[in-house]
Ligand binder design. Structure first.
Ligand code: NAP
Length: 509
């Protein structure tokens, strides 16, 4: 059979209900660089609702014309495909800019009136998607204002949904508080907590890889898997995001959200159905099974680093503390590595090594599953210890791919064995158009499918699992921060974290 005949085409999908997309933070980077290009891609695939209206909400005074020009310019700069004028025109046909600020009394009343005034003409049937692309401090105040004016209330068949960007809280307490605030005016099913990692094809493919193939699940457990490595290495330095980053750090910025999303997809139990309730319950269950570490364990099982000046490729990267808006005495980590365990029958005793950091040797996001070695070698020339490691690698960035590493016989008369690699590369196989990663997520929330969005319990379980590290670093009297040169592999202690278990981070390739 021609394998490519299995390819499911997007043209099997249908347009979501008519909808008015209310974009808070309309003048921000996320809106221009990702949200608008993703909406454009949906329009180009015929997957934008019909009719569709876009309401850009900004704090500052911005006219509809200015916003339209800004978005056209954004499309030119950030689009992932060729821009056709007629598609962009359709996308911005029903665009209006509205100024609203929680600090400015009466401004949300104006927003309400504008929506009511236009919606009949637009024909969007009262369906509204409120997208909060604002700084996190504004999430709850905006939701409160919308709730106060009844704008989040679903009535007469019209739906109301709220998309919340990351970061969702800065620790367990603040995440619980934010959840509680949102739930005052919305029901859980109306809230879409976004993690853009879940919009990536390979990440979604993890579910398919595990649960649409009979061959992986029987070996997907402690009997066969020695350890799992999840890494999100970034080559970029902090750049101009010093203010946000220095208050956040690598752990808060990446681990409870992105890395734990990957972790939960790799480790969850098979859901009986592919629906939001069942899948999200399975993910939340495994996140709440992450071992709670004592302060001593947390210090022993974590590495914090901060980059110093160094050469990254062709670029000379200045010291983190010399970056814009970063204090000279900053103790914020730009690298973190953790060793975690999951306390359930499937995973008991299997170490999970997570790492992420900035200004590292190269951009590399991947999950590497290392299988146990053969129990003995019958090949006299090749003892078990010399066999190459067996890995299943799920590459997410920069190349979306799955590869299997195993041992093979080198051609010749004698038995000589070498590690080889079998590769499946998404781009080569499916020849899909590049995307921003936000398309699926926006499409799903306009259709009311929250399977790819995080439920409150998952978010809280994620924070609960990282709290012991945050607390141990704070209370230990030493925060354990180690310098590492930009353009390198991170602090040496990250290697030692695995070396203690007789392991090493997987080499690139
Ligand atoms: N940029 C990314 O790649 C990215 C990726 C993932 C997640 N995010 C998240 O997306 C959100 C927006 O990020 P961004 O990079 O677009 O930030 P940004 O460029 O600083 O833009 C923020 C936007 O929010 C508005 N805003 C600021 N304070 C506000 C307030 N108190 N009330 C209402 N609106 C306010 C700003 O309006 P004014 O211009 O009027 O100040 C601006 O339109 C953040 O939560 C961020 O963590 C961003």
């Amino acid at each position: 059979m021609d394998m490519q005949s299995n390819i499911a085409e997007d043209n099997a999908l249908t347009q979501p209900d008519p909808c008015c997309f209310v974009l808070f933070g309309a003048t921000g980077d996320l809106a221009q660089r990702l949200v608008i290009p993703a909406l454009y891609n949906l329009a180009a695939s015929g997957l934008l609702p019909e009719p569709f209206a876009l309401v850009g909400v900004a704090r500052r005074d911005v006219s509809t014309e200015e916003l339209r020009t800004r978005y056209y310019m954004g499309l030119r700069e950030f689009a992932t495909q060729t821009i056709h004028d007629h598609i962009a025109r359709r996308l911005f046909e029903k665009l209006i800019a509205v100024s609203a600020d929680v600090e400015d009394e009466g401004s949300f009343e104006r927003l309400r009136d504008e929506l009511q005034r236009h919606e009949d003409d637009w024909g969007t049937k009262g369906n509204r998607l409120f997208y909060l692309a604002t700084p996190p401090a504004a999430f709850a105040p905006i939701a409160n204002e919308l709730g106060r004016l009844g704008l989040t209330q679903q009535k007469a068949g019209a739906w109301r949904r709220l998309v919340v960007e990351k970061p969702f809280g800065v620790d367990l307490g603040s995440a619980q508080e934010l959840n509680a605030q949102l739930l005052q005016t919305l029901s859980e099913h109306q809230i879409y907590r976004i993690d853009h990692y879940l919009g990536k094809e390979t990440v979604q493919n993890l579910l398919v890889l595990r649960f649409a193939n009979g061959m992986f699940e029987p070996i997907w457990n402690r009997e066969h898997i020695e350890h799992v490595e999840i890494r999100v290495d970034e080559a970029l330095s902090v750049g101009r995001r010093g203010k946000f980053y220095d208050a956040t750090g690598a752990l808060r910025d990446m681990v409870p959200n992105h890395l734990f999303q990957l972790l939960s997809l790799v480790t969850m139990e098979p859901p009986s159905r592919f629906d939001a309730h069942t899948v999200r319950a399975a993910k939340a269950a495994v996140l709440s099974a992450i071992e709670t570490q004592s302060p001593e364990q947390a210090l022993r099982n974590s590495v914090r680093g901060q980059y110093t000046a160094g050469q990254a490729g062709e670029h000379q990267v200045p010291d983190y503390r010399d970056a814009e808006d970063v204090p000279r005495d900053s103790r914020t980590e730009t690298f973190v590595a953790l060793r975690l365990k999951i306390d359930n029958w499937r995973w008991a005793g299997v170490p999970f090594y997570l790492r992420t950091g900035k200004a590292l040797a190269c951009k590399r996001t991947e999950i590497a599953i290392k299988f146990r070695t053969a129990p003995l070698s019958m090949f006299q020339t090749m003892p078990v210890a010399d066999l190459a490691d067996n890995y299943l690698v799920i590459g997410i960035d920069p190349v979306e791919r799955i590869s299997l590493q195993f041992n093979a016989k080198v051609p010749g008369l004698s038995i000589s064995i070498r590690g080889v690699q079998m590769d499946f590369c998404y781009r080569d196989y499916f020849r899909a158009e590049p995307k921003t990663g936000y398309e699926t997520l926006l499409y799903d929330c306009m259709r009311g499918d929250n399977i790819l969005f995080q439920r409150a319990d998952s978010i809280e379980a994620g924070w609960r699992a990282v709290e012991p590290f945050l607390r141990a670093w704070r209370d230990a009297g030493t925060d354990g921060l180690m310098p590492y040169a930009a353009g390198g592999e991170g602090p040496d202690a990250a290697k030692e974290l695995l070396a203690r278990d007789g392991q090493h981070w997987r080499e690139a390739g």
